[in-house]
Write a protein that binds this ligand. Sequence first.
Ligand SMILES: *Cc1c(COP(=O)(O)O)cnc(C)c1O
Length: 511
Amino acid sequence: MRLELKKGIHQCTLIDDTYTNDLQALSIALDFMNQQQHKHIAKRKTVILSDFLQTNIPAKEIYQNVWNLLISNQIEKFVAIGEQIKVLQELENIRNAKVETYFYSDTEAFIKDFLQQKINFQNEQILIKGARKFQFDRITSYLQEKVHGTRLEINLDALVHNLKFYRSLLKPSTQIMVMVKAFAYGSGSAEVASVLQYQNVDYLAVAYTDEGVHLRENGIRLPIMVMNPSEESFDKLVQYHLEPEIYSFRILKQFLAYIAGIDSKVHIHLKIDTGMRRLGFEPSEIPLVSKLLLAHPSVRVAAAFTHLAGADEAQHNEFSLHQLHTFRTAVHQLEHLLGYSLLKHALNSAGITRWADYQMDMVRLGIGLYGIEANGLLQQHLQNVTTLKTNISQIKQIKKGETVGYGRRWIAQEDSTIGTIAIGYADGYSRRFSHGLGKVLVRNHLAPIIGSVCMDMSMIDLTGIAAEEGDEVIVFGREVSVIDLAKAIHTIPYEIFTGIGERVKRVFFSE
Ligand SMILES: *Cc1c(COP(=O)(O)O)cnc(C)c1O
């Protein structure tokens, strides 16, 4: 079974499950729907369902069970397609229920009504579930929002697999904070956060207040740390129960002054700089930090943490160890002065795999969740989460000696076949991938980028590949490793993930 989340027309969301159809699969799909539902607080729940085509049980009994399942899941609109499912019309309790119901003999009849606007969908969460014979993919294609073909597919099963892998490395008492900053490393923060909430992670962290507000507005109730709160955002921070990272006296004083003026209890997170030399209090500043905090009892320190500068490289082990010990000493002093204990944490993804003895109370999982093992040691345990895809817009035959693209920087050494693909640097496909440094997968063959990557397009060499216009192109994913691509242009997967443009459609799926 494959459940795909899709953006629908008129602010609808689609859960597309056009593969199997029986009571158990329906129940799973409805569970999935509920799991996603909190993101769509104002959305009505709709189910489009076909006949089950399993005949050994009397139709009345099957569909009565279906109906009960729909009612117990608070479905508000029900579209039934098929001859058998019509038996529901005869049932007494259906006519009296407050569910908006529609019955059609076949998919064709439904589409006809839809095109004549006799049935409309607006701001709904729609589960589309039909036996193969009913060709519900036609319904999906009408209800799906159409955008240009470049898309980032996010495999939610792989994401959960990776989360479980990191969890398996933790002591049972160690909590887990997941970094969903920068749009969850480009993957879509609200959707990823909702999966994480369902998986009961302990904390989320974002870079800015607005990112946290976005999560709250999409039904995320987990505690959320904001790493870079600004004074102008304090109102929203408190209003949305977000917890600021406090890293300097400037921000601490601003925040304490703000809190003194309102009547609210808040949690904060103190960052201690033990060697990263980025943000954070110096260990020597802890006495003064504590003194200021003790004067403001409505502010409670939920956690203190530090960040390792070289967790992903063995050559820095000694330095990392020094950081970890400095942190332990500093935080011990902090707890002593404050008179209560706090969550203490230091490890990012690379640190989790390298420094098992320093998990302390919590770890901060980032890139590992998204399928990259930053140390390069345990990569085989992780699954690929994101696949960036586009399509071939046009194919051309080029004569030897002709040039391709801006600046005429690629010259055909022989008669060649080239393709233009619908992705460019405005989609986050770096211009540094020009001249063969980027390679994409077409019909299982690697095709190099030729000439310079343009804003919305790039050209590839298709010579010898039996490609056709419209073909799917994999820019990165399981087959084209983002780790290798990053190396080719002297960067890291983080930059490639987070650079993927806003206009690239995110498609989430779960098998
Ligand atoms: C981004 C971030 C992390 C996660 O780092 P990864 O290398 O992606 O695991 C952890 N801690 C802090 C403070 C961060 O900013």
